[in-house]
Design a protein around this ligand. Structure first.
Ligand SMILES: O=c1ccn([C@@H]2O[C@H](COP(=O)(O)O)[C@@H](O)[C@H]2O)c(=O)[nH]1
Length: 241
């Protein structure tokens, strides 16, 4: 099951480095036409908005992965700040509810119109299995919970969700081809699973209906990061053709 209405690179490299110089050394070997970049809590907390600006200045589409979850007014102000930074994609926790997500979408439309960043709702973290959900009081399966949270994101007018590629087929069915599926937990055959539980390989994820593949340690912790990325890109190209 392949969808072709995504423009630009499908691979989003998750930059999770404690050292900014090390991160930029990798970035400077990458082509903005071939991948996008994700800045998460670690690098944003250490290096702040200026780090994001350094990436956008180099021409990369940046996914600011700060997973906002707050009262509607605060979350909306945070996504507005992300839009001011010029990021390509920003996310909020879908468990923050439909009202919070709609407030974020409305704020982005108001301040940035059609130039707004994509707004994506995080469903169930890819490091979660059924046991982890039970620990926090959720009795349904990860797939059921992802479907429930994605329906809130869809009703709030979000552009898509973060989910695992394992849920992509059911979300394609329930939310249609335009709802963007951003999938971490991607593990090429050569990589370790690490702390991820709901995983798929890059080609499996694309065949399942993923739009974007978020990949960190299989690239950033590889002995030869560029070679790892090139191997992944080749797998992606084969799957898409
Ligand atoms: O459900 C989620 C949401 C976000 N992430 C983030 O994606 C990357 C994945 O990195 P890997 O090294 O490829 O595991 C990381 O920044 C997470 O914070 C996620 O994994 N799952």
């Amino acid at each position: 099951m392949l969808y072709a209405d995504v423009t630009g690179p499908r691979v989003i490299v998750a930059l999770d480095f404690a050292d900014q110089t090390q991160g930029l050394e990798l970035v400077d070997q990458l082509d903005p036409g071939l991948c996008r970049l994700k800045v998460g809590k670690e690098m944003f907390t250490r290096f702040g908005p200026d780090f994001v600006r350094q990436l956008t200045r180099r021409g990369f589409g940046v996914f600011l992965d700060l997973k906002y979850h707050d009262i509607p007014n605060t979350a909306a102000a945070a996504v507005e700040a992300a839009a001011d930074l010029g990021v390509w994609m920003v996310n909020v926790h879908a468990s923050g509810g439909e009202t919070m997500m709609a407030a974020c979408r409305e704020r982005l439309e108001k301040v940035a119109g059609n130039d707004r960043p994509l707004l994506i709702g995080v469903t169930v973290l890819t490091s979660f299995g059924a046991d982890d959900l039970r620990q926090i009081g959720v009795t349904g399966s990860p797939e059921e919970q992802v479907d429930r949270l994605s329906s809130l994101a869809y009703n709030a007018g979000l552009d898509g969700v973060v989910c695992s590629a394992q849920e992509a087929p059911i979300l394609r069915e329930s939310r249609g081809p335009r709802f963007q599926l951003v999938t971490p937990g991607i593990r090429p055959a050569f990589a370790a699973t690490d702390d991820q539980k709901r995983i798929m390989t890059p080609s499996e994820a694309l065949y399942a209906g993923s739009d974007y593949l978020v990949i960190g340690r299989p690239i950033t912790q590889a002995d030869r990061p560029l070679e790892a990325l090139e191997e992944i890109q080749a797998e992606v190209t084969t799957a898409l053709n």
